[in-house]
Ligand binder design. Structure first.
Ligand code: GLN
Length: 264
């Protein structure tokens, strides 16, 4: 089949999948649309389209996904990296002015830890996760992307952490049960434990905020990705724990999506 035949039938999905299968960008795929597709690639593309049409997430069907310009392996061991999360990675990359020690709690695929590591080569990044499966994927991504300044540790929140950091970042599970029950079916292929959180989605923020100061250097920053309606409550929790300079940032949909606070 020609590339064009796929684009005519299934434009968006074929175009995205082909950028990965042909290791190129969207405009090159379109420019090559009269070309005949190699049989092996055709089989792979048919398989991706069939799995997507059955409701499987496109990212898992492709098996890799770009995050902050890096190509990560993605599968059901961990949450698919979201493009909004690039906003907070970019903020930290641009605002880190020294060799920082950074902890990424709930690292999942390692997307945050590794993209920080690759872009802050003098810094030292530790990614933690409670799940062995997630850690094995994160480790594979570290090797795939040659992120030598990133290491991973199995830990339930701070349980196995014994050092202090300049930055603690986390994109923990934050979706409450009511919202979880209403998610797009495709998201149910992702680990529930990476999305759903008790106490109205606030459980992990409460646990992290309670202990974070003991693991932050003076002036160190605590950085969260948060749910669209959680800013006020999390700011209150940070205030109660004496964090200073509490700031929020929005995502591309104008939702409050990130919070940054300093250890006073
Ligand atoms: N932003 C993700 C979503 O909406 C949720 C990620 C999370 O719970 N940390 O699917």
């Amino acid at each position: 089949m020609k590339i064009k035949d796929y684009l005519d039938k299934n434009y968006d999905i074929s175009l995205i999948a082909l950028t990965y299968l042909l290791d190129t960008n969207k405009s090159s795929v379109i420019l090559k649309s009269e070309e005949e597709l190699d049989d092996k690639i055709s089989v792979k593309l048919d398989d991706i389209i069939a799995r997507y049409n059955k409701g499987y997430p496109l990212q898992y069907a492709i098996g890799e996904w770009e995050f902050y310009g890096l190509n990560f392996k993605v599968d059901e061991r961990a949450l698919i990296p979201r493009f909004e999360t690039e906003i907070i990675v970019d903020f930290l990359v641009k605002s880190s002015y020294k060799k920082d020690k950074i902890l990424d709690i709930g690292t999942g695929s390692g997307a945050i830890a590794i993209s920080l590591g690759k872009n802050l080569p003098a810094s030292e990044i530790v990614g933690s996760d409670i799940k062995d499966k997630a850690l094995s994927l994160a480790q594979e991504n570290k090797e795939r992307l040659k992120a030598f300044n990133v290491s991973f540790i199995k830990s339930n929140l701070f349980e196995e952490i014994s050092e202090k950091f300049d930055i603690i970042i986390s994109n923990p599970p934050y979706i409450n049960q009511t919202d979880y029950d209403k998610l797009d079916e495709r998201l149910y292929f992702e680990p529930k434990s990476a999305l759903l959180a008790s106490e109205d989605g606030l459980y992990f923020y409460k646990r992290i905020i309670k202990d974070a100061k003991a693991y932050l250097n003076q002036g160190g920053r605590l950085v969260f990705e948060i749910g669209y309606d959680q800013k006020q409550r999390i700011c209150e929790l940070l205030n109660e724990s004496d964090f200073k300079n509490i700031k929020s940032m929005k995502d591309y949909n104008d939702f409050d999506r990130f919070i940054i606070a300093e250890k006073g």
